[in-house]
Each structure stands twice: as C-alpha cells, then as structure tokens.
Ligand binder design. Structure first.
Ligand code: MN
Length: 263
C-alpha cells in the first residue's frame, strides 16, 4: 500500500493558448493530473485550443469572447454559435467597465446577453466569467432562472453583488493575485466554502517564477487553508469536491471529464 493519494488540483481559468509553449504546458498539466479549463479570448482562436487539447484527460477547451474584445469582435459571434455545441465550457466572457466609453459598455452588454441567452438554451454550460468593475451588471445579466453553471473569475465587486451571486449558487474562482490581496481575502470570507474554486488566470497572473501555471493553485490552497483555519489536505479535498459537484450538476449532460472525476 502506498500513501493515500491526494485529490487532484483544479485550475478553472487558464489561458493555455497564450503561454510561450502551450504544448509543453499541457504535457505538464497531464503529467501532474491537474484538471484545467483552457479559456480562450475569441471564437476565432477556439479551434487551435481544441487541437491542443484533443484527447487529453485533464484539459478542456472553453469557447470565449473576452469583454475587452467583445465590442470590436461582435462579428465573431457567428463563429461562436457554430462552435458552441462542441464544448460544455464557455469563457472567458463577461463585462469589463475599465472603459469609460458608454457605447463600448453597451456593446459589451449586448454581446454578453446574447451569449448568456444561447448558453441558457443549451442548459448545460459551465461559464467562467469576468466582471471587473461591472459585477452588479454581470450578476444581474443572468436573471433568476439561468440554466447553467456560473463561475465568477477573479471577483472584485461589491458585497451586494456577491450576496446575490451566492444566493444563486455561483462559484468563485480564486487565484494567487487574490490571495495576496487583503481586500480580496476580506471579500472571500463572505463566500461559502462550497462555492470556492481555484484558478491561475495564467499567463496574466505571474509568480516569482514567471507566469502562473496550474500547479500554482497549490499556493491558493495554502492561503485558503490559513483563512479557513484548517489543514492543506482538508482544503484540497473540499475544493476538489466543489469541482466534482460542479461537473455533476447537470447529470444528463456529463462529459468525459465529469465521468471520470469522483468525490
Ligand atoms: Mn483571464
């Protein structure tokens, strides 16, 4: 008998295609048995990520249209609808109000609402959602009966929007930039543990060693263990359980990743 196996790590938001060597990264993810959602920023690059992740056990491609590209690339929505049946994972999508341009914000909302409406029709999607300075509008955009699973990625919005998101059962994915911010840590105390997931947002988030990689979610686990005053092992187990529950949430629509994960 060997030592008891640890639960796998999970990275629900990683821009695999934007690393200098995506293939090498994917080899490491597979070797380390880390579940990873490979988000993309535009429908026109989705195919590439599908090719990179084809046949992999741990990595899944997500179809996205980043809010900061949404206004200028609204014409890519047609490509998005074409690919939508090919994956259960959608992201990166959302709203970003760092722009003060009201017409750009309006265009972002139009694109995001169109995406949510298509995802609602499919009823089985897992969405990883950006909400910088736009959390209230993002949470409200879902309405009450949205059919799908929502992960708020790198959440930094109001308490009010957070409470609403929690009441709707939205998940919150946490990265190392968040666990090194007092403000983020304070905010995370208000999220039930059952709704917390881990992410890197690599290569945009960096660590002392360079761009964050999926294995760096281990330091997020350390920080959460401290916050929750429990052990790293318990935290890792709880976080994996959250991911498995998320994957199993629409039983009729389980994909391969859901089928081989077990709590
Ligand atoms: Mn991102």
């Amino acid at each position: 008998m060997g030592k008891p196996q640890q639960e796998p790590l999970v990275d629900t938001h990683c821009h695999v295609d934007l690393y200098p060597d995506p293939r090498a990264l994917i080899r490491r993810i597979e070797a380390e048995h880390i579940y990873a959602i490979a988000v993309t920023n535009a429908p026109s690059v989705f195919r590439q990520t599908v090719a990179l992740t084809e046949g992999k056990r741990y990595v899944r491609p997500a179809l996205g249209l980043h809010p900061q590209l949404a206004a200028e690339r609204a014409n890519e929505l047609r490509t998005m609808w074409r690919h939508l049946p090919e994956t259960r994972y959608v992201g990166e999508v959302g709203l970003d109000y760092t722009t003060m341009d009201q017409s750009e914000r309006a265009k972002q909302r139009k694109v995001f609402e169109a995406i949510l409406s298509k995802c609602d029709e499919s009823a089985d999607k897992v969405l990883t959602v950006h909400s910088r300075r736009a959390a209230d509008d993002v949470v409200n955009a879902f309405g009450d009966g949205f059919r799908g699973t929502v992960i708020l990625h790198w959440y930094s919005g109001s308490r009010r929007a957070l409470e609403k998101a929690v009441s709707r059962g939205f998940y919150f994915s946490v990265n190392t930039a968040m666990t090194s911010s007092e403000r983020s840590l304070g905010m995370l105390k208000h999220v039930p543990r059952e709704l917390i997931l881990t992410e890197t947002d690599g290569p945009f988030v960096t660590t002392a060693h360079g761009p964050a990689e999926p294995k760096d979610v281990a330091s997020v686990i350390d920080a959460l263990a401290q916050m929750w005053q429990t052990t790293e092992a318990e935290t890792r187990k709880a976080l994996y359980k959250n991911f498995v529950r998320l994957l199993q949430s629409q039983p009729e629509q389980r994909d391969g990743m859901a089928a081989h994960t077990r709590a």
